[in-house]
Design a binder for this molecule. Structure first.
Ligand code: SF4
Ligand code: SF4
Length: 173
C-alpha cells in the first residue's frame, strides 16, 4: 500500500521489519482468528498467541526462537522466506504488514468525548527507506486516501491500534 513511495525491490533487500528483537515483540502484526486458522494450516510449525486489548486477535509467537540472551538478537517472522521475502499470499498478509511503517495510534490525551477523533496515523522511525523520503511526501500519500483507509480499518479492528509513545509520535494523518 506504500508502493508509491516504497519500492518492493528496496524491501526485498532489507526485510528489517520481518524480524524482531525481544523488546520489539509488541510490534508483531495482529490478525483475526480466521486468518490465524488459515495460517496454522499453511504453516503447521508456526506458533500463535492472543494479542490486542480484546484478547481476541492473534499474532505469531516467536518468543522461544531466540538462541542467546543478547537483546539485539533478531528472531524471524515464521512466514519469512529468506530467499523470496514474505511467503504469504496477499489475502493472508496482515494489514499491519501492508501499512508498515505506518501505524494507527490513539493519542494519549484522549478525553473520551469522541474516541474516533483521537485516532491518528503515525510513522514509525525505524524503516531505513522511508526515512529517506521527505516527510511531506509521506503525508501526501496518507492524505490521498491511505490515511483514512487505515483509520477505517482500525475502527473495525481496534486491536491494531497502538498507544501514542515517543516512538510513535510522528503523526502523518
Ligand atoms: S523496514 Fe522498510 S525498507 Fe525495510 S523491508 Fe520493511 S518497509 Fe521495506
Ligand atoms: S507476515 Fe510477511 S510482511 Fe509480515 S512480518 Fe511476516 S514475513 Fe514480514
Amino acid at each position: 500500500m506504500l508502493t508509491p513511495i516504497l519500492a518492493k525491490s528496496t524491501c526485498a533487500t532489507c526485510k528489517f521489519c520481518c524480524s524482531f528483537r525481544r523488546q520489539s515483540l509488541w510490534e508483531t502484526p495482529i490478525f483475526d482468528k480466521a486468518t490465524m486458522e488459515r495460517l496454522s494450516e499453511l504453516f503447521p510449525n508456526a506458533k500463535f498467541r492472543t494479542a490486542g486489548p480484546s484478547g481476541k486477535s492473534y499474532t505469531f509467537d516467536i518468543s522461544d526462537a531466540y538462541k542467546t540472551q543478547d537483546p539485539e538478537e533478531e528472531a524471524l517472522c515464521p512466514f519469512l522466506d529468506p530467499n523470496r521475502g514474505c511467503a504469504l499470499p496477499p489475502d493472508l498478509k496482515p494489514f499491519d504488514c501492508k501499512i508498515w511503517p505506518l501505524r494507527a495510534i490513539r493519542l494519549s490525551d484522549h478525553t473520551g468525548s469522541n474516541p474516533h477523533s483521537q485516532l491518528k496515523v503515525a510513522l514509525t522511525p525505524t524503516c531505513p527507506a522511508i526515512n529517506k523520503v521527505p516527510l511531506e511526501q509521506v503525508k501526501q500519500l496518507a492524505a490521498s486516501g491511505l490515511g483514512q483507509q487505515i483509520l477505517d480499518y482500525a475502527e473495525k479492528n481496534p486491536d491494531i491500534i497502538k498507544e501514542e509513545t515517543p516512538f510513535l509520535s510522528n503523526i502523518v494523518f
